[in-house]
Design a binder for this molecule. Structure first.
Ligand code: ACO
Length: 361
């Protein structure tokens, strides 16, 4: 049975490689460890887009173009914001992105890079009864996202968010990237393809996990007994959020990259006590999972420390998946362009297991 397409290779890609048994992530020839905390998000967008757009400028010029795209997107969505604000924050962002032009050029791609970073703070502010803050095209992408959220952006928090966006920029043929490539293979435009990725990312088995991680940490803190709470979760046949992965059988390398960023922030403020709680919960969860599911190596995934990092830089938990999309959109666009270039429609088969029709005499 083709249940979940495990081990099926559905695309050749130059973009990223996930080594699930070694615990390594390669992004276009660079190890994650070499990129996270060292490269800026705009540089990684350049790395992913290289060869997929004829008019790609230098990475410094690309950063400026992303800034201009934030202003362009803000101007386009501004008249819609009050209608989008009553939706949940993810649906509001997705609906705002749906009105963008559906072309295949670099300008279309940069608007899609800019859109989650613009829409998320604007909708959060409107939800709090505050006026949206317009983008500053000269600011760096992550710093401007925080400035649009809070009015100011500390360079330390901006750097932490930038490291997050880099860490999640691409990750093999995950569910949302596959969905993106399927739509791109029909030669629909980039916006259509990215909307498919957004739909797939939302679910709790994929990019919707970090909000529930915060709820779990809060519930465990209130209960006072991590192991008992986690055992009860397993006894009720519930998943422990932030653990397990379809590909990784060892620790997700992105979890360590993000934990290192959170640790740096933790030495400065109350994030430190949150980190101590998370480390206790992580150790308890790994032990509970080891005993409950001895046949399967279930390890910490990217979402566990995503939750801590995004909380520390100031996002509310209901917006965590939006911020994930703000990073992953770079990978989606590059995959969409790579798929379009093959000129090949993705069209697998299903096996019919339904009832046999009555034969008409
Ligand atoms: N908590 C409890 N049990 C788990 C967990 C978990 N987090 N993850 C896997 N299992 C168990 C399943 O219950 C199942 O047990 P069984 O064989 O006794 O029925 C076994 O492990 C295999 O589970 P599958 O769902 O087949 O494994 P899959 O490879 O599809 O799991 C997934 C991947 C969906 C991410 C899963 O680990 C999960 O639900 N994790 C929690 C949600 C989460 O953290 N999602 C974010 C993933 S990272 C990302 O997408 C960016």
């Amino acid at each position: 049975m083709a249940n979940g397409l495990d081990d099926v290779v559905a695309a050749d890609t130059v973009l990223s490689d996930v080594d699930g048994s070694g615990g390594h992530l390669t992004i276009r020839g660079h190890s994650l460890a070499g990129l996270a905390g060292r490269w800026r998000y705009a540089q990684v967008v350049h790395l992913l887009f290289d060869g997929f757009f004829d008019d790609l400028p230098s990475d410094a010029e690309l950063e400026k173009a992303i800034g201009k795209a934030r202003v362009d997107v803000f101007d386009r969505v501004k008249p819609l914001l009050t209608q989008l604000a009553p939706l949940d924050i993810y649906s509001g962002m997705r609906a705002g992105m749906a009105v963008l032009p559906d072309g295949d050029g670099l300008a279309d791609a940069l608007r899609l890079i800019a859109a989650p970073a613009v829409l998320t703070p604007a909708l959060l502010r409107l939800g709090r009864g505050e006026t949206p803050v317009a983008p500053d095209e000269k600011a760096d992408h992550a710093g401007d996202m925080l400035r649009m959220l809070a009015g100011i952006a500390s360079p330390t928090l901006a750097k932490a968010l930038d490291s997050y966006l880099v860490t999640v920029c691409d990750h093999g043929l995950n569910a949302s990237t596959f969905a993106t490539r399927v739509v791109a293979s029909t030669q629909a435009g980039l916006t259509s393809a990215i909307l498919a990725g957004l739909g797939a990312l939302k679910g709790p088995l994929h990019g919707g996990a970090p909000g529930p991680v915060i709820e779990m940490l809060d519930a465990i803190e209130a209960s006072g007994d991590a192991t008992a709470w986690l055992r009860n979760q397993i006894a009720r046949d519930e998943r422990i959020m932030g653990f397990g992965h379809r590909i990784y059988r060892v620790r997700d390398p992105r979890a360590d990259a993000l934990k290192a960023v959170v640790r740096q922030l933790g030495s400065r403020n109350e994030t430190g006590s949150r980190l101590a709680l998370a480390e206790t919960v992580e150790q308890a969860a790994l032990e509970v999972l080891r005993i409950a599911k001895p046949q399967r190596s279930i390890q910490t995934n990217v979402e566990f420390y995503t939750a801590l990092l995004l909380e520390a830089v100031g996002f509310p938990k209901e917006a965590f998946s939006n911020v994930f999309a703000a990073g992953r959109v770079a990978g989606w666009i590059a995959h969409a362009r790579e798929q379009q270039a093959t000129g090949r429609l993705i069209r697998p088969q299903s096996r019919y297991v339904g009832p046999v029709p009555d034969l008409v005499a």
